[in-house]
Ligand binder design. Sequence first.
Ligand code: DCM
Length: 131
Amino acid sequence: MSERVVVAGAVCHRGRLLAARRSAPEELAGRWELPGGKLEPGEEPEDALVRELREELGVVARPVERIPGRWTLKPGYVLEVWTVRLLSGDPLPLEDHDELRWLGPDEAYTVDWLDQDRPAVAEVVRRLREA
Ligand code: DCM
C-alpha cells in the first residue's frame, strides 16, 4: 500500500508566514492551514506544491527547503512541508480558502491551525524569530 502525499507550503515574506483558512470540507472549514494539496500521479512533490500554490493563491512560488518530518493526516495520507518563497503575485484565496492572513512570529498562534500542521508551523515560527 503506497501512501498519498499531501504537500504544503510555509510561504514566508518579510518575516511573516501565510496562513489560509479552509472553506471545505465541512469538518475542516474555518480551520487554518499551510496551503497545498495532494500529489497527482507521477508528480514530484516540489512540482505539486508549485502547482497547488498557483491554483489556490494565484502566485508563482519556489519551494526552498523541506521542513524535517512527515505527519499523518488520515490513514494512507501524509503531509510534507516546504518553506516557500514568493516569486511573483500577491496571494488571493482563489480556491479552497476564504481568508488569508500574514502572521508575524508573535501572531502565529492567533489562528486555529489544523492539528497536523502545528509541528511544521512551530518550526517555521522558530526560524522567523531567529531571522
Ligand atoms: N491538509 C492538511 N494540511 C494542509 C493541507 C492539506 O491537513 N496544510 C489535508 C486536508 C485534506 C487533505 O490534506 O484532508 C487534502 O487537501 P486538499 O483538500 O487541500 O487537497
